[in-house]
Design a binder for this molecule. Structure first.
Ligand code: 5GP
Ligand code: MN
Length: 398
C-alpha cells in the first residue's frame, strides 16, 4: 500500500508546490546574477580603470554645466564609491566633485551635494584640487567644451582621464572612454561600472546607500521618472537591485519633483498662459522668456528645468522648444561678438522626430534625438526669428 504510486497520489500537491518553489527561487537568482554580474564593458577597459583607481590618491570628478539629476547622480555615485573603496590600510583616497556652475536646489538633498565644489564660486579651490589630482573622472558630458573654463584646466592636465557618458559623438580626450549613447543615463553606466569593478560589494558598504541613491536619482531624472527612454527591461532589473539595497524611490521622487518654489510654479503658469505659442501644422510649441521676465519671477538656477517638457503634455504636440535669455560668461565674450545676451535653447520631442539636427545647424548645439539644446548670441526676438524661419524644414507635419 506504500507503493510509489500511492505516495505520489497522496503527496502530489506538495510535490508540485516544492517544484514550483524551487523554480521560482532559481528564476529570481537568475535575474539577480544576470544584472549584478554584467559584462557590459570590454574587460580591458575595466582593467585599465581598476588600475587607474588603484594608483590614484587624489581624484577629481567633473560633470556638465547646469548639472541635472543625472550629472549629479553619476558624479556623486562615483564619489561615494571611490571614497569607500579607496579607504584601505595603506592609503586614503580623496575625491572631490567639481561642477562648472550651481546645481538646482531640488538636488541639494543628495548625499554629498554639500561638498560639491562649484567652479563659478570657488575657482581657486577647484584649480588647486585639479592641480594635485592624479586621476580625473568625467561623467555625463561628451566634450570638454561643455564644461567651460574647468574643461580648459582639465585639458592642461596630463594625469589619466576617464570618461563615462551617454551623449552622441564623444570627443576623444580621455585615456579610457565608456561612451554608450543607447544608455538612458550616465548613472546607469556608473552602476554597471561599479558592479564590474567591485561586484555587489561596491554598493553595499558604508556608502552603499549613498551610491545607490545617487544612481537611482540619475536614472529617474534622465528618463522623466521612467516615461521616456525607458523601455529597456534590464533597466528595471537594475532599479530592483537599487530598491533592494535600500533606496527609497518614493522619497527621491518627492525630493526632486515636488520641490518647486512658489515663484517657480508661478513662472510655469505664466509660461503656459501667456508665452506659449503653438504651431499646429507642425505639432510644435515654443516658449521664450526675456531676462526681465525671469527677474519678475525671481528666477533661480534650475527654475527653467522641465518647462520645455510641458507643451508635450498637449495632445498633438510632439516638438517643444524653450528659450531663455542668459548672461554672457567672460569666456564667451569672443564668441558673442557684438551681442549683448546669450539665449539658452532647449528642444524636446517625441518618437521618431529628431531635434538635435535643428539645434546643431541653427543654434551651435546638439544632443540626443529627443532632447537637445544650443545657444544663440543675440536678442530673444532674433533667436525666435531664427526658429520661425527654419522650423518647417526640421519638423514633420504628420
Ligand atoms: P537641456 O535642454 O536639458 O539643457 O539639454 C538637453 C540636452 O541637449 C543635453 O543633454 C545636451 O546633450 C544637449 N545640449 C544642450 N545644450 C547644448 C549645447 O549648447 N551644445 C550641445 N552640443 N549640446 C547641448
Ligand atoms: Mn545624462
Amino acid at each position: 500500500m506504500y507503493s510509489i504510486q500511492n505516495i505520489v497520489q497522496r503527496y502530489y500537491k506538495i510535490l508540485i508546490y516544492a517544484i514550483f518553489f524551487v523554480l521560482l527561487h532559481r528564476n529570481s537568482e537568475y535575474y539577480r546574477t544576470k544584472t549584478m554580474q554584467n559584462d557590459y564593458f570590454p574587460s580591458e577597459k575595466v582593467s585599465a580603470i581598476r588600475d587607474f583607481i588603484a594608483r590614484a590618491t587624489h581624484v577629481v570628478i567633473l560633470t556638465h554645466m547646469s548639472p541635472d539629476g543625472d550629472a549629479m547622480g553619476s558624479a556623486l555615485a562615483m564619489y561615494h564609491y571611490l571614497v569607500e573603496s579607496g579607504r584601505t590600510k595603506d592609503k586614503r583616497l580623496t575625491a572631490h566633485v567639481v561642477v562648472p556652475n550651481a546645481f538646482p536646489n531640488f538636488l541639494a538633498w543628495m548625499p554629498g551635494a554639500d561638498s560639491v565644489i562649484i567652479y563659478d564660486e570657488q575657482a581657486d579651490r577647484a584649480d588647486a584640487l585639479l592641480a594635485e589630482a592624479d586621476l580625473v573622472i568625467c561623467t555625463d558630458f561628451n566634450d570638454p567644451k561643455r564644461i567651460g573654463r574647468v574643461g580648459e584646466r582639465m585639458m592642461e592636465k596630463t594625469c589619466p582621464k576617464i570618461l563615462i557618458d551617454h551623449h552622441l559623438h564623444p570627443v576623444d580626450f580621455a585615456d579610457v572612454t565608456l561612451s554608450y549613447p543607447a544608455s538612458p543615463s550616465a548613472s546607469e553606466l556608473v552602476y554597471r561600472l561599479i558592479i564590474s569593478l567591485s561586484g555587489e560589494s561596491g554598493l553595499s558598504g558604508e556608502n552603499g546607500l549613498a551610491v545607490a541613491t545617487a544612481i537611482y536619482t540619475g536614472m529617474m531624472t534622465d528618463t522623466g521618472n521612467f516615461s521616456f527612454n525607458s523601455c529597456h527591461p534590464e533597466m528595471y532589473e537594475i532599479l530592483a537591485d537599487l530598491v533592494r539595497l535600500g533606496v527609497n524611490k518614493d522619497a527621491v521622487y518627492n525630493a526632486v519633483f515636488n520641490a518647486y518654489s512658489a515663484d517657480r510654479m508661478r513662472l510655469m503658469g505664466y509660461c503656459l498662459y501667456r508665452k506659449m505659442r503653438i504651431f499646429p501644422e507642425h505639432h510644435a510649441a515654443l516658449i521664450y522668456l526675456s531676462r526681465k521676465e525671469l527677474y519678475r519671477f525671481r528666477f533661480q538656477s534650475g527654475d527653467a528645468e522641465g518647462i520645455v517638457n510641458l507643451p508635450l503634455q498637449i495632445n498633438d504636440v510632439y516638438y517643444s522648444c524653450f528659450m531663455r535669455e542668459d548672461k554672457i560668461e567672460p569666456h564667451e565674450r569672443e564668441r558673442a561678438g557684438k551681442a549683448k545676451s546669450k539665449i539658452k535653447i532647449s528642444f524636446r520631442s517625441q518618437g521618431d522626430r529628431p531635434v538635435n539636427i535643428f539645434a546643431a545647424e541653427h543654434f551651435h548645439g546638439g544632443g540626443h534625438a529627443n532632447a537637445a539644446g544650443g545657444e544663440f548670441f543675440g536678442t530673444v526676438n532674433e533667436a525666435v526669428q531664427e526658429f520661425l524661419d527654419h522650423y518647417p524644414e526640421y519638423f514633420r507635419q504628420d
